[in-house]
Design a protein around this ligand. Structure first.
Ligand code: UDP
Length: 293
């Protein structure tokens, strides 16, 4: 009997190895509660962030990344729920991570498990947010008095220290090495990968009528057989990108939430539609586990 663990949707089974899962009788873990409730399987939570939860994965060295509908802005001062955002972000990030992997960018992504979750490799997150900017928007406008929408002389890469308490301050390579957040070769990897990712995503989004204004990336250390490499981690979604329509300059990203422009989920849905990855009907999110014979 072959069991496809990707089909264990909303199963409250504990996080155990595939071989132990196989011993559970068919009905264990079937969702009996309100089918509309966005329940999560009972398993060990590793970390809960603003828009995602990380759970222990089915095998050592893996994690399950669960996308929530929560949205925050201005360092948590603003909070809201955007129904369906988690489902869309799961699909968008899956698609972009897969395209990037095809282009030779190492990532933590393994595969999507269900509507809200994806299986990822466990990495040690480097506490540095890498922002790549092509067009002036957001904090760079305030910092340098630039007009929103002005094209930057070239793509600019910035580093921020990942700390909610400090409000993610802008940092230099000097801070990164002096405080030991990453070693010089790791910074080199993050910089060159970020520029490659920018080139690739600029073209990909341009192809679907979207301008990639700026975006944030996170990297992690992946340990394999005494080797360590820096890989792209976290997510790439409209939560962490600015995407403007080529024709109208309409914002298709989290700025719609930050600035109370409305139509946030619709904008994310449109990004998914243009990428050709409109999610399956949400009913699939509430099915119990399915055993494949
Ligand atoms: N960004 C992010 N998380 C953060 C800060 C920024 O994903 O904690 C993204 C943001 O969505 C934008 C880019 O990084 O696409 C640059 O953001 P900026 O520095 O302009 O800050 P903001 O104006 O979003 O506060």
């Amino acid at each position: 009997m072959r069991i496809d663990i990707t089909r264990f949707r909303l199963s409250p089974l504990p996080a155990v190895g595939i071989s132990r899962l196989a011993r559970y009788p068919k009905n264990v873990g079937r969702c009996t509660a309100d089918p509309k409730a966005t329940t999560m399987p009972r398993r060990r939570k590793i970390y809960e962030g603003k828009a995602k939860v990380l759970f222990e994965g089915p095998e050592p060295g893996t994690l399950v990344q669960h996308f929530k509908d929560d949205a925050t802005a201005f360092n948590n001062e603003k909070h809201g729920i955007i129904t369906g955002k988690g489902v869309l972000n799961n699909r968008i990030s899956e698609y972009l991570m897969m395209r990037l992997a095809e282009a030779g960018v190492p990532t933590h992504f393994v595969r999507r498990l269900n509507m809200r979750e994806q299986l990822v490799r466990e990495v040690e997150i480097i506490p540095v947010e890498v922002v790549v900017r092509n067009i002036a928007a957001g904090s760079i406008c305030k910092r340098f008095g630039l007009e929103e929408g002005s094209v930057l002389p070239r793509s600019i890469v910035e580093y921020y220290y990942k700390s909610d308490d400090l409000g993610d301050p802008l940092i230099s390579e000097e801070h990164i090495t002096a405080f030991g957040w990453a070693a010089p070769p790791e910074i080199d990897d993050m910089l060159s990968l970020s520029l490659r990712i920018n080139d690739f995503l600029l073209g990909l989004f341009l192809g679907v009528g979207l301008r990639l204004v700026d975006f944030k990336l996170e990297y992690g250390r992946l340990y394999e057989d005494d080797q360590m490499r820096v890989v792209l981690a976290d997510e790439i979604t409209p939560d962490g990108c600015r995407l403007w329509d080529i024709e109208t300059n309409e914002k298709m990203d989290k700025d719609r939430f930050r600035r109370d422009l409305g139509g946030v989920a619709e904008a994310y849905q449109e990004v998914a539609r243009r990428l050709g990855i409109t999610p399956e009907a949400s009913q699939q999110d509430v099915k119990g586990p399915v055993l494949i014979q």
